[in-house]
Design a protein around this ligand. Structure first.
Ligand code: PBG
Length: 332
């Protein structure tokens, strides 16, 4: 600790809080549209938005609508969007082959957005769950989620996304060794400028419930993800995973979920001083918007307060479904 403040009345900590101008002068953190990555859900079809019941205000968009949304986001100063596909039931298989098809839904969306809104960065999700008949992020063999075979598939998936024009690859699967394998493959294919945002400390969380509805994976999921996602009881383990992923070639690391894991964000930032992001996940969004809809909370205020908490915890940015609404509010 620096020197303790002088005792009252020499020190009156209320003095700098007296006016809005003084509060602005001593404010330690700021929030702006540039802090946000906006996760969006994409589906097949034309000119359609399908609302997601458990995420009020969020809808799955067809590619044409998504391009318009990306244009709006770029206009608001949001630097990146992150694509999550709703895969039709008949494309979900045990071998997950659609995940690395050059013309799958995500890769067509990437090309369409790149052509129309080149200034926005496109992040992708690398995990097998939307394509997997089992709803798991990895291949299931004899009831086990197998690591190394899954990593081979993830590499194919990441390469197809980079080929389509993805700027940031986001492995969210929590298999071991995937960051290094993807980085090596990207280098070999000449994709030297493609970034990797590792979901490094991703917990086995019940806060993902509404997301699994949004991508149509909740019905499919057999069992839980506890053999690959982290135990919410652990903290030191997050530091070991972040260290490993940075060493394997991640440009940025993520903690997920967000609000219940701000202690992890702070430890990661302090330990590594690397670009650190948090994912304010679907369940966090549902909690805040659900309470606001009932009039129990002021929706705008808790939105901005929750986002500022990530900055205070040391995050450089936040993946949040609030991105456009928050950017609009911040623009005044
Ligand atoms: C899947 C994935 C999940 C989320 C992002 N990628 C769900 C899961 O791990 O089951 C959750 C995002 C959210 O809840 O908003 N690999």
């Amino acid at each position: 600790m620096p020197n303790p403040p002088a005792p009252y009345p020499a020190s009156r900590p209320r003095r700098p809080r007296k006016t809005a101008a003084r509060r602005a002068m001593v404010r330690e953190n700021t929030l702006c549209a540039g802090d946000f990555i906006w996760p969006v859900f994409v589906q097949e079809g034309d000119d359609t938005a399908t609302p997601i019941a458990s995420m009020p205000g969020v809808a799955r968009l067809t590619i044409d609508r998504l391009v318009e949304a990306a244009r709006e986001a770029a206009g608001l100063g949001i630097p990146a969007i992150c694509l999550f596909p709703y895969i039709e039931q008949d494309l979900k298989t045990e071998d997950c082959a659609d995940a690395w098809s050059a013309d799958n839904l995500v890769n067509r969306a990437i090309r369409a957005i790149k052509a129309a809104v080149p200034q926005i960065e496109i992040m992708t999700d690398v995990a097998l769950d939307p394509y997997n008949i089992n709803g798991h992020d990895g291949f299931v063999v004899d009831g086990q989620i197998v690591n190394d075979e899954t990593v081979e598939a993830l590499v194919k998936m990441a390469l197809a996304q980079a080929e389509a024009g993805a700027d940031i690859i986001g492995p969210s699967d929590m298999m071991d060794g995937r960051i290094g394998a993807i980085r090596t493959a990207l280098e070999a294919a000449g994709h030297r400028d493609v970034m990797i945002m590792s979901y490094a400390a991703k917990y086995a969380s019940a806060f993902y419930g509404p997301f699994r509805d949004a991508v149509g994976a909740s019905g499919a999921l057999r069992g839980d993800k506890n053999t690959y996602q982290m135990d919410p009881a652990n903290s030191d383990e997050a530091l070991r995973l972040v260290a490993r992923d940075l060493a394997e070639g991640a440009d940025m690391v993520m903690v997920k979920p967000g609000m219940a894991y701000l202690d992890i964000c702070r430890r990661v930032k302090d330990e590594f001083a690397a670009p650190t992001f948090a994912y304010q996940v679907s369940g966090e969004y549902a909690m805040l918007t659900g309470a606001a809809e009932r009039g129990w909370l002021d929706g705008d205020k808790v939105m901005l307060e929750s986002l500022m908490a990530f900055k205070r915890a040391g995050c450089d940015g936040i993946l949040t479904y609030f991105a456009p609404a928050a950017a609009r509010l911040l623009a005044g």
